[in-house]
Design a protein around this ligand. Structure first.
Ligand code: HEM
Length: 155
């Protein structure tokens, strides 16, 4: 049986895999290999769907990992987190919209959408790994910053 506390670690690996897949997919399209671009993007979409599943299960069951850093690092962390969340909300309609136009072979529209969708998605995946590393490994919350009833991932 899967331990709920291991989900943030799994999700960080899935985010890292998305970063790599998005990068490879971008390189394929630059090299003119559309078939490979399509396959890599389908892989990135599949990984992201598994991520979403785990993300929802975790947040409905466990809550949030609290950030334990103090001083200048707090506004840095929360700025990254807020931009990450805004980006994550933005890609929910943008990515399916990009896929729709790719499937319909509306290349010009696909290109217009992905001009925004690809960098936002890439940033969301990179910043996902970053906030995980900051909150879980570098500045974990111990003691009073831990709200009652919330358990830290991996503890
Ligand atoms: C899974 C189905 C997909 C297919 C079949 C597909 C197909 C294509 C095709 C045919 C092109 C070349 C357009 C052209 O130069 O005329 C292209 C470009 C591109 N696609 Fe996709 N794509 C898919 C998904 C995605 C997704 C989900 C993203 C990111 C959100 C994405 C990002 C890009 C990027 C960044 C380019 C380069 C655009 C440029 O050169 O300005 N693709 N895609």
């Amino acid at each position: 049986m899967l331990d709920i506390s291991s989900i943030p670690h799994i999700n960080a690996v899935l985010n890292a895999a998305t970063v790599v897949l998005l990068w490879i997919a971008r390189r394929h399209v630059k090299a003119g290999n559309i078939t490979a671009h399509k396959k890599t993007m389908i892989a990135a979409l599949s990984v992201s769907m598994v991520f979403m599943g785990f993300y929802l299960v975790y947040h409905f069951n466990s809550g949030l990992a609290r950030f334990g850093g103090e001083g200048f690092i707090r506004p840095v962390y929360f700025t990254i987190l807020i931009v990450h969340v805004i980006g994550a909300v933005a890609i929910v309609p943008l990515v399916p919209w990009a896929v729709y136009h790719a499937v319909k072979n509306n290349r010009a529209t696909h290109k217009r959408i992905v001009k925004w969708a690809w960098p936002i998605w890439f940033f969301v995946a990179v910043s996902g790994v970053l906030v995980y590393t900051m909150a879980v490994h570098v500045w974990p919350c111990t003691g009073p910053c831990l709200a009652s009833g919330l358990s830290l991932p991996g503890r």
